[in-house]
Structure formats: C-alpha cells, structure tokens
Ligand binder design. Structure first.
Ligand code: NAG
Ligand code: NAG
Ligand code: NAG
Ligand code: NAG
Length: 272
C-alpha cells in the first residue's frame, strides 16, 4: 500500500518534471522551477479554437502554480467579464465556467456558438500584476461547393462530371441528394448512364456522372446535403456551336480552344 502510494507520488512528479523541461526554464531543477516560478500558462494546452456554428465550444486555459489566485474569462470585444473561478458571471446562459477540483484547467463552455462569438477571449490570472493569455475563437459553418461552378460548359456527347464537396459539417451528411431543374435525379430512369458515388467523412464528396450529355441535360443542378446548405451549378450542354452565342463565360473558353488548336497545329507542324 505505502509502496504503491510512493510510486504514485513519484510518478506524478516525473510527469510534472517532463512538462517543466519543455517550458522556458532550462537549467533549473524541477523543484526550484515549481516553487520559484509563479503562476504561468501552459500554452500548449490553451490553444486557439475553431468551433462549428451551433456546436458547443470549449476554450481551455491551463494554469500552472496557480496557488490561491483566481482564473477569470473576459470577452475582449466588449471587455465583458464572463466567469470568475467556478462562477459564471454573465447573464448570457450560453456561457459556463467548468473546473474540476485539483485540475489546472479552467474551461469556458460556449453553447450554440454564433458568428458574432468569434473573436478574442482573455484568460486572466489574478496575480499582481495580472497575467493574460489570449485565445482566438473562430466559428465556422458547413460549406457546400460544386467544383467548377457556378457555370459549366460541356460538349454534347461528353460526360457531365459534377463533384460536390461538403466541408465542416458537424457529422458526415446522412445523404446527399442531387436535383436537376427542381426534380430529384433518379439513377434508374430510362435516360440511363446516370450514376452517383458518395464518400462521407470529415470532408464528404458526391460525384454525379451523366454520360453522353444531350441538350436536355442542360439546366440547373443542385447538390443537397442533409445537414448543410445546398449548392447549385448551371450546366450548359453545347450543341457543337461556338459558345460566343453566350454573353459571358464563352469568350474565355473559346480563347482556350483556339490556343489548343494553335498548339495542335504547332505540334503537327513539328512532327509531320
Ligand atoms: C491564435 O490566432 C491568432 C489569430 O489568428 C494568431 O495571431 C495567434 O498566433 C494564434 N495563436 C496560437 C497559439 O496559435
Ligand atoms: C495568497 O497567498 C499569499 C501567501 O502565499 C498571500 O500573501 C496572499 O495575500 C494570498 N492572496 C489571496 C488573494 O488570498
Ligand atoms: C470527376 O471529377 C473529379 C474532380 O473534379 C475527378 O477527381 C474524377 O476523376 C472525375 N471522374 C470522372 C469519371 O471523370
Ligand atoms: C438552386 O436549385 C434549386 C433546385 O433545383 C432551385 O429551386 C433554386 O432556384 C436554385 N437556386 C439558384 C440560385 O439558382
């Protein structure tokens, strides 16, 4: 029993020493550093936070050698005192102070974070003079994109390849629907040649392939994930005509086909 206790204490000291070695006091022995160095932040455990819109965020502040001082959280934007020690001061019910007894972590919990919550939060230690560590909170939201959008020009007879990418969704979307001109695309319709492949994860992708494009495949396509905003793309199937009929977007494309033509001519000229 006593041996076990001894080793537990020794183990704690060794772990503490390892952390100390990594910090800014080389040369000092562990016990010297622990007693002579006042309160200080463990910045590696008190990092900037990126939170998802609406999903509870935790801002951590780890303070070593706190002794009898108090840790407070202050919102920088309006110098609003949010928490003091274990107590939540603000009347905004979304904020809460979290601290386990004997822990060095003083955590600020923010429920339902909004874009306006993005900004700087100050973790303050009540020593004289007081110490501050600043943490940047960034609130992001799920984002849906169709690669190459918002307008795509495709030659008749070629394959329409629409890749929809969903980033930062709280969970991978349960499903991703595709619409064409407001109707859900059926993969078993008489048209044939329509397939979709979906890969779900931290970043999800859904690839819609439509073989042998015809004029009737033109129009608006929408990628609609279950838990993120939809994204649209406008597809123009070119009937062999030059895209100069289109007021914009066409010129650039014609420019590049002219270039390719010129290049081909040069290549042919060189090798023939
Ligand atoms: C936190 O974010 C701010 C602003 O983006 C940056 O200046 C600072 O270096 C970051 N701090 C850490 C510890 O990454
Ligand atoms: C904290 O403890 C020190 C002695 O260790 C004492 O001088 C100081 O007044 C105490 N501060 C508070 C706020 O209790
Ligand atoms: C479709 O496009 C994506 C990138 O946009 C590409 O990775 C994929 O290979 C393409 N698929 C086909 C069948 O062309
Ligand atoms: C996006 O697609 C949907 C469904 O096809 C349609 O109702 C909506 O009008 C489109 N939005 C834009 C901006 O084109």
């Amino acid at each position: 029993m006593w041996i076990l206790l001894y080793f537990t204490i020794l183990g704690t000291y060794t772990a503490f020493g390892a952390v100390q070695t990594g910090s800014a006091v080389p040369g000092n022995s562990v016990s010297d550093a622990a007693t002579t160095r006042g309160p200080h932040f463990d910045t590696a455990a008190s990092k900037n936070v990126t939170a998802l819109l609406g999903k509870t965020a935790y801002l951590n502040c780890r303070v070593k050698n706190l002794a009898n001082r108090t840790v407070s959280w202050v919102r920088h934007r309006d110098v609003h005192l949010l928490t003091v020690g274990h107590y939540t001061y603000t009347s905004d019910q979304r904020f809460r102070a979290i601290h386990q007894p004997h822990s060095e972590d003083w955590t600020l919990q923010i429920k339902y974070p909004q874009h306006r919550d993005s900004g700087i939060y100050e973790c303050q230690v009540s020593s004289t003079p007081h110490l501050s560590h600043f943490i940047h909170l960034t609130v992001i939201e799920p984002d849906t994109e169709i690669i190459g959008g918002p307008e795509l020009f495709i030659d008749r007879g070629s394959t329409i390849n629409l890749t929809c990418v969903v980033r930062h969704s709280p969970e991978p979307p349960a499903y991703i629907f595709w619409n064409h001109n407001e109707a859900i695309i059926s993969y078993s319709s008489s048209r044939g040649g329509v397939s979709v492949a979906t890969e779900r994860g931290e970043t999800s992708r859904s690839v819609l392939l439509i073989q042998k494009a015809t004029a009737s495949d033109s129009g608006n396509y929408q990628c609609n994930p279950s838990n993120a905003r939809p994204a649209n793309v406008s597809v123009h199937v070119l009937n062999g005509e030059h895209p100069e009929a289109m007021q914009h977007g066409g010129n650039q494309r014609m420019g590049s086909s002219v270039n390719i033509f010129a290049l081909l001519t040069i290549v042919l000229y060189t090798y023939c």
